[in-house]
Design a binder for this molecule. Structure first.
Ligand code: NAD
Length: 490
């Protein structure tokens, strides 16, 4: 498939085939690096979702009865094929999302393969419990059965990475799927359909419908027979989905927004912290839910950190995502660029001082792309919108603190609770903060080091439930207690 030169028409993937939307209605797909339309995607309706559901329901009986070895082999094959096509997929991801191609090649695509490989292995190790009711001559065991047809909805920031993080465990557990990637970055999910066919995934196990959240996504969430929804996206969207899904008694996993603190103490490894903080602030243009967007620094090293951080950030190259020396590519869309800039615009009114960046960047030969300088804003009041709302772009705030108590208070003083990063070599402080930080994930002296066996997700308004490891397999299965009473031995 020629990716780089011609217009691409993306189709829905239903029952193993690539099909047009039933109403022949299409949306434009933009290349963020130059602002040009380079393809079209289905604007799918309820009818398309229904077709996807029917294909999934038909495939379920057979797929849920395949042996674990068979499922595991197919998932491994998908992982292998992703790695074989890594250059092609990384180029596609970079073009669709605006992220630097090197990042796509080093992080997004390898991780998509790992997601399949991990769950190919995990499903062979997944087991359930038994409980002997001593004194009643009864034995209980828990059957963990696939749910049936499940819905998976994912965002645009790490497109294939997060799409596969849901669908791999769902398929491994024996479910069939109606899945929707973000309409803003549909390309690699589309390409995954071809890979699944090549790997021999039976027809109908995975169905991918493209379209807007408010129509296609909504049709998945409201579908009466889709009994579980795994969603990653914004907190507001998560609340809308919960409102619909709760009275329909759907099982829900919600991975939502974050406003993560990066807490820096003077006793940590300064050089490692500085390099990592540049990454945790601006990787993927700051469009990672785990980015440390609020940097809290101990007062004694605040001025030094400020100077060195600005220096390091000024060395980052903003540019065309397909250049290998680009550190910061394009933001994902014109609308998102506007949203991020609107926060920079309110900085002064909110008592903030822009220490670095703040402006759009014009990249030669890519003048209409969505580029923004990495931006550092100094703030003094944690209640300002810059510190309370998720900006989700290359914008971080800096603030100093004097004591451990103050640092902990500031870190927790937001409605979100996804992740936190702590820089210290003090063991007592490490343990005290780890226990008291209101977050689903705490990284100490590192950032975004992921072991796929660990629970992944957020507290507070950052979500409900956990993905990762056996947690994901538990979500995608329904536990059933079987209680067998037997005659007592005579
Ligand atoms: P979004 O909520 O706008 O969209 C996410 C997905 O939901 C898209 O596929 C969209 O089409 C769909 N959608 C939108 N409205 C819907 C509705 N009413 N019903 C059903 N589906 C609907 O989020 P986004 O802008 O694509 O992604 C950015 C957000 O995702 C940020 O808030 C970020 O923090 C969050 N995020 C969270 C995690 C995590 O693991 N916690 C990971 C990545 C991104």
């Amino acid at each position: 498939m020629e990716l780089m030169s011609k217009m691409m028409t993306i189709k829905n993937y239903i029952n193993g085939e690539f099909v047009n939307p039933t109403q022949d209605n299409w949306l434009d797909n933009y290349n963020p690096s130059n602002g040009e339309i380079y393809g079209q995607i289905p604007n799918s309706t309820q009818d398309d979702v229904e077709n996807a559901y029917q294909a999934a329901a038909k495939a379920f009986l057979s797929w849920s009865n395949t042996t674990l070895e068979e499922r595991s082999n197919i998932l491994s094959k998908i992982a292998d094929l992703i790695l074989q096509k890594i250059d092609f997929l990384a180029a596609a991801e970079s073009k669709d999302n605006g992220k630097p191609i090197l990042l796509a090649k080093q992080v997004d695509i390898p991780r998509a393969a790992s997601n399949f490989q991990f769950f190919a292995n995990a499903i062979t190790q997944f087991s359930s419990e038994s409980h002997e009711s001593v004194g009643f001559n009864a034995m209980n065991f828990t059957l963990r059965q696939p749910i049936g047809v499940v819905g998976c909805i994912s965002p645009w920031n790490l497109p294939l990475y997060l799409f596969t993080w849901k669908i791999a465990p769902a398929i491994a557990a024996g479910n069939c799927l109606v899945a929707k990637p973000s309409e803003i970055t549909p390309m690699t999910a589309y390409l995954l359909g071809e890979i699944c066919n090549e790997a021999g995934l039976p027809k109908g196990v995975l169905n991918i419908v493209h379209g807007l959240g408010t129509s296609t996504g909504q049709a998945i969430v409201t579908h009466p027979k889709i009994k579980a929804i795994s969603f990653t996206g914004g907190t507001k969207t998560g609340a809308q989905i919960a409102k619909i899904a709760a009275p329909m008694f759907k099982k829900l996993s919600l991975e939502l927004g974050g406003k993560n603190p990066n807490i820096i103490f003077a006793d940590g490894d300064y050089d490692k912290m500085l390099t990592t903080t540049v990454r945790s602030s601006f990787s993927n243009q700051g469009q990672i839910c785990l980015c440390g967007s609020r940097i809290l620094v101990e007062e004694s090293i605040y001025e030094k950190f400020k100077f060195d951080f600005i220096q390091k950030v000024s060395e980052l190259k903003v540019g065309n995502p397909s250049s290998l020396d680009t550190n910061i590519g394009a933001l994902v869309s014109a609308a998102h660029l506007q949203k991020v800039k609107s926060y920079i615009d309110i900085a002064e009114n909110e008592g903030g001082k822009i220490l670095f960046g703040g402006d759009s960047v014009t990249v030669k030969n890519f003048e209409n792309g969505y580029y923004l300088q990495p931006t550092i804003i100094e703030v003094s009041d944690n209640n300002c919108r810059l510190n309370q709302e998720e900006i989700f772009g290359p914008v971080v705030t800096l603030m100093s603190f004097k004591t451990d108590e103050e640092a902990l208070f500031l870190a927790n003083d937001v409605k979100y609770g996804l992740s936190a990063t702590l820089w210290t070599n003090n063991l007592n402080r490490t343990m005290q903060f780890s226990k008291q930080l209101q977050a689903g994930i705490v990284w100490v002296n590192t950032w975004m080091l992921r072991d796929l066996r660990t629970p992944f997700g957020g507290a507070k308004d950052s979500g409900v439930g956990r993905e990762g490891g056996f947690e994901a397999l538990r979500f995608f299965t329904e536990p059933k207690n079987i209680c067998i009473q037997y005659e007592s031995p005579s």
